[in-house]
Design a protein around this ligand. Structure first.
Ligand SMILES: [Zn+2]
Length: 260
C-alpha cells in the first residue's frame, strides 16, 4: 500500500468505500442492486469514486508544479521533458513529465507514476490554468456528471421510486426482472406479450381505466411515448415536466402493479 495525502488507499478499503457510496445512492433513489452503477450515480449527480481519485491525483501534480509539495516528495519527481532536454524552444509536450523508471510492480502502481501518466494525458488547456482554484474548476467541468433534473425527485416517494426503477430498467416489470436474471419469463400476466415499460404504460388491458385518465390529464403533452413518460421532455419547462411526472406517478400508483 502506498499512501500520499490519502490519495491511494488499499484495494479492500477502496471496495468498501465504493460499496458505501452505492448503498447511500440506492437508499436515496430506491433503486435496486440490478441498476447499472453509472446510471445510479447519474440519478444522484455523484462523481464516481474512481474519478474522484483521478481528480486528487491531478491536484497533487498541479501542486508539485506550483512548488507546494514538501521537498521529500518533490525529489521523487523525474522533472519535465523541458527541464531534462534543457531546450530553449517551447515544445508541445514540454509540460509533460518524463516517464519514471518502473523498478517494481509495486512502484509502478504507486501515486507518482500513475499521477504523472494521468497528467501527461490531461488537456493542455486545463494543465495551464493559472491558479489552483481555476484548475479545480476546469476539472470539475470535465468530471461533473449531468445532474438529474428536480422533477425526477419530486412527488410521493412510493411512486417516485417505482418511476425511477422503470427509467433505470430495474423495476418489478417482468421484462426487467427477466433481464436481471430474477425471473424465468418476461411475459405479462395478461398473456398478450412481454411486460416491458411500453406494454405497461400503453397496452396492458389490465390498466385501461388508469390509462384513459392518464391520457386525459396529459392532453397538452401528446403525443406520448414511453421515453417522454420516464425522462420528460426537453422542450417544455421544469414545471410542465413536474406536472407530466405527477400524472405518470398517479398512473403508477393507481395501477397497483407495484407493491411497497
Ligand atoms: Zn399485460
Amino acid at each position: 500500500m502506498h499512501l500520499f495525502f490519502g490519495i491511494v488507499v488499499h484495494n479492500t478499503k477502496k471496495i468498501r468505500l465504493k460499496k458505501i457510496q452505492y448503498k447511500a445512492a440506492r437508499s436515496v433513489t430506491g433503486l435496486t442492486r440490478s441498476v447499472i452503477i453509472n446510471n445510479l450515480l447519474k440519478e444522484v449527480g455523484c462523481v464516481p469514486l474512481s474519478d474522484r481519485r483521478k481528480l486528487q491525483k491531478y491536484v497533487f501534480i498541479y501542486k508539485e508544479k506550483l512548488g507546494l509539495l514538501p521537498e521529500y516528495l518533490h525529489e521523487l519527481f523525474p522533472g519535465t521533458v523541458q527541464e531534462i532536454i534543457n531546450n530553449q524552444y517551447a515544445l508541445r509536450n514540454s509540460e509533460s513529465y518524463a516517464s519514471v523508471a518502473r523498478r517494481t510492480e509495486v512502484y509502478a502502481k504507486s501515486v507518482i507514476p500513475s499521477s504523472l501518466s494521468l497528467w501527461n494525458n490531461l488537456d493542455s488547456n486545463i494543465r495551464s490554468a493559472d491558479s489552483l482554484n481555476a484548475f479545480k474548476n476546469k476539472l470539475k467541468l470535465l468530471y461533473q456528471p449531468p445532474t438529474a433534473p428536480n422533477y425526477f425527485k419530486t412527488g410521493e416517494r412510493f411512486s417516485v421510486v417505482h418511476h425511477t426503477r422503470i427509467r433505470n430498467k430495474c423495476s418489478n416489470l417482468n421484462y426487467d426482472l427477466y433481464c436481471n436474471n430474477l425471473r424465468q419469463r418476461p411475459m405479462c400476466d395478461c398473456g398478450v406479450e412481454i411486460e416491458n415499460a411500453d406494454h405497461y404504460f400503453f397496452r396492458c388491458r389490465r390498466y385501461s381505466n388508469q390509462r384513459l385518465q392518464l391520457f386525459i390529464n396529459t392532453r397538452q403533452f401528446h403525443t406520448l411515448n414511453t421515453n417522454k413518460l420516464i425522462f420528460g421532455l426537453d422542450n417544455i419547462t421544469e414545471e410542465q415536466n413536474s406536472e407530466l411526472f405527477q400524472h405518470v406517478q398517479t398512473y403508477i400508483k393507481t395501477s397497483n402493479r407495484f407493491k411497497s
